[in-house]
Design a protein around this ligand. Structure first.
Ligand code: IDP
Ligand code: MG
Length: 150
């Protein structure tokens, strides 16, 4: 089972979209393995987005992501990294397909509601930044035998 890191960013929390995001994840069959609401510390946000340190939008991105509560989660399931990227939609909501979270609820790249890791390697790195191993819960969902052939 693959794990990925997902965040409902502060705009998603303020716009009352936490339940909407969780609904889309759960109904797809993906499993919530860890879940927390907190306001992310600046050092944590800078580590999380370290690949963007040199980008012109870096400071505003860190200001925004630390501006209020966000919801962090670890999501588990077969191919969860690529499935979550598809559920979220393109980074620029104008390019995001209707039916994706960004395509249905957002209009601006700087306010695009959700984050999901872009590769299994990024997922491992990001999960370790946001969660202790003991906070990630291993369990079976009752529908798993019907979600997967093998
Ligand atoms: P991703 O979130 O789809 O993985 P990334 O390119 O990794 O997209 O960028 C991380 C986040 O930084 C985006 O989700 C968005 O919030 C912000 N961002 C990316 N590009 C821009 C930009 O050109 N202007 C403003 N914010 C941006
Ligand atoms: Mg990214």
């Amino acid at each position: 089972m693959e794990r990925t890191y997902v965040m409902v960013k502060p705009d998603g929390v303020q716009r009352g979209l936490v339940g909407e995001v969780l609904r889309r994840i759960e109904r797809r069959g993906l499993k919530i393995a860890a879940l927390r609401m907190n306001t992310i510390a600046r050092e944590v946000a800078e580590k999380h987005y370290s690949e963007h340190t040199e980008k012109p939008f870096f400071k505003s991105l860190i200001d925004f992501i630390t501006s209020g509560p966000s919801v962090s989660m670890v999501i588990e399931g077969q191919n969860s990294v690529s499935v979550m990227r598809e559920i979220n939609g393109a980074t620029n909501p104008i390019k995001a397909a209707t039916g994706t979270i960004r395509g249905d609820f957002a209009l601006d790249t700087g306010r695009n509601i959700v984050h999901a890791s872009d590769s299994p390697e990024s997922a491992k790195r990001e999960i370790a930044i946001h969660f202790k191993e003991s906070e990630v819960v291993g369990y079976s969902r009752i529908d798993e035998t019907w979600l997967y052939e093998n």
